[in-house]
Design a protein around this ligand. Structure first.
Ligand code: BDR
Ligand code: CA
Length: 317
């Protein structure tokens, strides 16, 4: 059984990632920690419970985390994910927030990881604020993780939020800096450019979403807005390499639960730019080893897309 903690800012692709984890019988989700990001924290909490309800898994503990970045001004991604973070589809039967755990996300992260030393894989698909605060409180925490999978950052200077910045890193650059400075466990990064290269053809998306299940109907509803936006000429221009749907967070999650998915990666020291006028929040790759980083991360270059599609199909069955 793989023990997972997922740190989310649900978010359409976070929802996809969570549903993929829930569909794998070999995965045990110890808890879901929520962070502000795509949408304000209250929405993230509601959205997480909505996804768990559709999957009949309201037994999984959900924790309330940070509601704002460490230093940066707050930003959200309502244009893409919808104002409510899940495509602005009303849900009168959404579960109430009384189902949340009393313990806060950062405290829970520390406790869950310490109770399972060397066994937990953490998948972070949101700004890294919760994890950064947890590491500040408990610097030995990364040592106790089995692995860390992050969706965020970039390999070139192509941003999706600022000129050079990817949303999760740009939204809390200091948090991303802290995590990439202090991690000591094997760390894998699914960057923005990698996910653009791995986008899913629209024909596959139609096939995926037309499955006759309650989960597929839910996914179709919540992805409608972002898929319409992603299909627009303007967006296709922005992402250049993407000819279809970019399932950002789901690549990181899929790689975390299926070791054989990654087909190419490179090991390199990385950090995050904190001061640049245009480059603040951009991930910096130290190919020349000038930063003397003790630890390197694995930057994912390619994944087996056919395997990934199979996992996506299964996630809605
Ligand atoms: C990342 O930012 C969010 O919009 C997505 O959920 C993903 O985590 C992509 O840059
Ligand atoms: Ca996300």
């Amino acid at each position: 059984m793989k023990k997972l903690i997922i740190d989310v800012d649900i978010g359409v692709d976070d929802a996809q990632a969570l549903m993929m984890a829930l569909s794998d019988p070999d995965v045990q989700i110890l808890g879901i920690t929520c962070c502000f990001g795509n949408t304000p924290l209250e929405n993230v909490l509601k959205n997480t419970l909505r996804v768990l309800k559709v999957c009949n898994r309201l037994d999984i503990p959900v924790y309330k985390g940070c509601s704002e970045p460490l230093l940066a001004p707050k930003r959200h991604a309502g244009d893409y994910h919808g104002k409510d973070g899940l495509g602005d589809v009303p849900d009168p039967d959404a579960p109430g927030l009384e189902l949340l755990q009393k313990k806060k996300a950062v405290t829970a992260l520390i406790k869950m990881i310490k109770q399972n030393p060397g066994e937990v894989t953490l998948v972070a698909t949101a700004p890294l604020t919760n994890l950064a605060v947890a590491i500040q409180l408990e610097p030995s925490l990364p040592k106790k993780l089995k692995a860390l999978y992050i969706m965020g950052g970039n390999t070139d200077s192509r941003g999706n939020t600022t000129v050079c910045g990817e949303f999760n890193f740009v939204t809390d650059p200091e948090a991303a800096y802290i995590v990439l400075d202090r991690y000591t466990c094997p760390t894998y990064i699914a960057t923005w450019e990698f996910s653009c290269r791995s986008s899913l053809p629209w024909s596959f998306c139609d096939h995926w979403l037309s499955q006759k299940t309650e989960k597929a109907a839910f996914m179709k509803k919540i992805t409608d807005l972002s898929m319409t936006r992603a299909k627009s000429e303007e967006y296709q221009k922005e992402t250049t390499e993407g000819q279809g749907f970019n399932a950002c967070d789901t690549y990181a999650l899929a790689a975390a639960i299926n070791d054989t998915l990654i087909t190419e990666m490179e090991e390199v020291g990385v950090t995050v730019e904190l001061v640049g006028k245009y480059t603040r929040g951009m991930m910096v790759l130290d190919y020349m080893e000038l930063l003397n980083k003790k630890n390197k991360v694995f930057v994912i270059k390619t994944v087996d897309l056919e395997k990934f599609k199979e996992m996506l199909m299964k996630s809605l069955q």
